[in-house]
Structure formats: structure tokens, C-alpha cells
Write a protein that binds this ligand. Structure first.
Ligand code: MN
Length: 271
């Protein structure tokens, strides 16, 4: 449980990763979980981040967000919030009030993307990407929603600091598609719902994922059942990683500084 509102399955952790999955640090899949109605929205209260980006994609339900930079927003089905914590933000992530009151099913994913050393202390920013802004490319038996990066001629709306592809893929059972990612990128495919195999792998399902080596460009996905998948690929940063909870920096000294800066209020507070 993250806070009291997100029942998550952690696909890969935030600590001791080395370079293998760089620039990705963490992926949590939340739900699908049914929450009964309440007047007190569940979620995660005020907490900091520094040194990376958090990317939230909602499938079902609605989440509200507000941060110390004065940004606030709602993330509903198909929407993405791409938050660049960089030098530091304090934020809260809650079930949206009306959704909480009525009760319902929440299903979402949160991905953490590392920032290169030179950008870790840049000002925080925030991209609120509505479902309608995300181009969907029809493929045989499904669609690829391009959130970040490029699929063929289609470019996703998210601005990234380093080359990253983040695609929301739907594929009907019995169909197979070939996707192409640049050579040299770390590439993973997660099954959120359904059953599939990737480049001839064993079948994966229900929050399992396949990591590919960095040599190839072809990602061949075969859906055994109707499937919801996420494809992530990115150019490794090849820089040292020091991480502690919500802080991901390059050295231990920078982690100590982050803790100090948070505790002394330098990352701000919520109103
Ligand atoms: Mn957070």
C-alpha cells in the first residue's frame, strides 16, 4: 500500500538498480482495486521528490494532485501527468473528491524516470497531458498510444530530458505486432491486463514484465488474450546513482543535502 489509497505491485524497485534499467528507476502498477465511497479521499499525503520525474497514467478512476509549486490537477482515464521534480517538489496524490465519495475502481501506473546529472537541480515543472492530446496509432488488432517518444511518424506530447519512449499498447487476443525501438536503449514490456509473449518469451500476465537486451530494435508482441501493455525504452544515462526513498541523485552527499533541504523547508510546502 502506498499511503492508504494505492494498492500497488512494484515492477522494479527504486534502490540498487545500477545501470541495467536506466533511465528508469521505478514502476508501480496500482490496482485494479475497488474502493468503497468515503468523504475522506484516500491517497498519499505531503511528501517530497528530487532528482527525477514521476509519470502517472490512469486507466480507471480519478486522481487529484497538488504540489508546492502551486500546480494542481486531475488525472482521469487515459490522462497522463508528467511531473519533473528536478530540484525538488513537495506534493500529495489523492483520489479525486467525487470519485472518492462515490467509490469505484482505481487502476493506474506510476513510472519514475531519472534525470541526467546536469538537469537534476533545474527548476521543477509539470506537464498535464490529457487523453485527447495523446495520439493513438491503429495497429493490426489494437492501438499504440504514444505518450512519449516516437512511433513511426507519430510523436508523443511529453517532453523528456533524454530519449524515452513510453507507449500504452492495447492488443486483441491472437494478434501480433512488431514495434521498433532505437538500438542501445533499455527496453521493457509490462502486461497490466491479459496475457502476451514478447520476442518469443514465455507468456507473461498480470503485472509481469520482460526486459530486452540493448542490441536489438525489434519488439514483437503477441497477445494470447486481449491485453493492456506498457512499452518503455530509453537511452541509459550511464551516470552514478545514489538513491534514498523519494530522492535519486548521483552521490551520497547529494542525498544528505536533499534530506536537509526537505527538512528545512527548501522544497516548499502545500498551502
Ligand atoms: Mn509522489
Amino acid at each position: 500500500m502506498v499511503g492508504n489509497g494505492f494498492h500497488v505491485r512494484n515492477m522494479f524497485p527504486s534502490n540498487n538498480l545500477g545501470q541495467r534499467l536506466s533511465p528508469f528507476i521505478l514502476l508501480d502498477l496500482a490496482g485494479p482495486t475497488f474502493y468503497p465511497g468515503t468523504d475522506t479521499p484516500r491517497g498519499v499525503g505531503e511528501h517530497p521528490h528530487r532528482g527525477f520525474e514521476t509519470v502517472t497514467l490512469v486507466y480507471q478512476g480519478k486522481v487529484s494532485h497538488r504540489d508546492s509549486g502551486g500546480n494542481a490537477g486531475l488525472i482521469g482515464p487515459g490522462d497522463v501527468q508528467w511531473m519533473t521534480a528536478a530540484s525538488g517538489v513537495v506534493h500529495e496524490e489523492k483520489h479525486e473528491r467525487e470519485f472518492a465519495k462515490e467509490g469505484g475502481t482505481l487502476q493506474m501506473a506510476q513510472l519514475w524516470v531519472n534525470l541526467p546529472k546536469k538537469d537534476k537541480m533545474s527548476p521543477p515543472s509539470y506537464q498535464d497531458i490529457g487523453a485527447r492530446q495523446i495520439p493513438s496509432v491503429a495497429v493490426d488488432g489494437g492501438e499504440v498510444r504514444v505518450i512519449a517518444g516516437e512511433y513511426g511518424d507519430t510523436r508523443g506530447p511529453a517532453k523528456t530530458f533524454t530519449p524515452v519512449n513510453f507507449w500504452d499498447v492495447r492488443l486483441s487476443g491472437g494478434h501480433e505486432i512488431d514495434l521498433k525501438v532505437p538500438a542501445g536503449q533499455n527496453t521493457g514490456v509490462v502486461v497490466f491486463e491479459g496475457r502476451a509473449s514478447v520476442n518469443g518469451s514465455d507468456e507473461i500476465q498480470d503485472a509481469q514484465m520482460v526486459w530486452l537486451d540493448t542490441n536489438g530494435e525489434l519488439v514483437s508482441i503477441k497477445a494470447v488474450e486481449d491485453s493492456k501493455l506498457l512499452l518503455l525504452s530509453g537511452t541509459p544515462l550511464d551516470e552514478p546513482i545514489a538513491s534514498h526513498g523519494p530522492f535519486v541523485m548521483n552521490t551520497e552527499a547529494e542525498i544528505h543535502q536533499a534530506i536537509k533541504d526537505y527538512q528545512s523547508g527548501k522544497m516548499g510546502h502545500l498551502d
